[in-house]
Design a protein around this ligand. Sequence first.
Ligand code: FAD
Length: 326
Amino acid sequence: MGGIFVFAKVENGVPSRSTLELLGGAQKIAAGLEEPVTAGLLGQGDAALLYAYGVETVYRVDHPLLKEYQADLHLLALERIGRTAEPRVILLPGDSLGRDLAGRLAFRLQTGIVTEVIDIDVHPSEKSLRFTRQAYGGKAIAAIVPKAFPVVATLKPRTFDPAARAGDRTGTEIPVEAPLDGAQAGTRLVERVQEETTGVKLEDAQVVISGGRGLGGPEGFDLLVELARVLKGAVGSSRAATDAGWVPSSMQVGQTGKTVSPDLYIAVGISGATQHVAGISGAKTIVAINTDPEASIFKVAHLGIVGDYKAILPPLIARCRELVGG
Ligand SMILES: Cc1cc2nc3c(=O)[nH]c(=O)nc-3n(C[C@H](O)[C@H](O)[C@H](O)COP(=O)(O)OP(=O)(O)OC[C@H]3O[C@@H](n4cnc5c(N)ncnc54)[C@H](O)[C@@H]3O)c2cc1C
């Protein structure tokens, strides 16, 4: 048994962002454990794109039934790969796909799982692993030392730096047989709906301006959209604003929403509940605008502005426009 295994996805001729983050995490521990990085591909997808990021072996199950995502069939294929590759660590993304598969995969392999991992360390002499994750909605940090191997782990999106290209390298591809049958699928894909995004995607934005209940209604978001346009950013929200139906839930940032790691995060009319802050821990600079000087958001903000957003945002937008144009 050995190796750090990454469940990889290659989309439009490049490894997906989540795959690069998993490879970033894998590279971090592979050196400490002195074990290789391996990967699994389901369906087509160019393995050479993974070798360039330091993957030594790619295990592939290629089957027509894997063309569309179907949890039961993907799980069967991954289980087969897991039993063939026998890695020490299995890394999956902490997105909806990883959450769907990871727990079931750990059960099938009769092993342990750590979810929402934000850091991984290797003890230099003992070569033991230590996973770090947030606990109690971000109020505490838990360190988890796995005892059962292979250990399955999901990495929280946007918390690991994407792997850097390791140059022109080659690797080995190992085909894995998985006798899949449509009857094994407990669900079927009925419709695929593409989420509408205008402008820069929230998870990729370098500037995110989020609004909360303090905006008082959906019209309050107009000012945020204007500021986002000037700063070429994206608009997010707190759960209170999405629960009120002011903006779609796809804009929610936080523990049960999206994790963002922009250079600049501006929280407007957001109190700073731990569940919201859990989604912005990767932001480099946090600015808060709030009428309440005691609001918790000021404890995490690098810069705080106490006041009504309706008075603060218009001159801020005008000044930003002067500085950056637009
Ligand atoms: C299991 C669970 C998961 C959750 N997941 C999430 C999540 O993913 N994301 C999330 O955001 N929340 C989440 N929540 C909800 C979270 O606990 C808070 O209830 C929520 O974040 C509060 O949103 P808010 O800050 O917009 O509202 P409030 O807490 O009501 O804060 C509104 C703020 O606006 C300020 N304000 C009022 N008027 C103005 C004004 N004119 N100008 C400027 N400021 C003003 C107020 O002083 C106040 O601080 C979760 C809760 C649970 C239990």
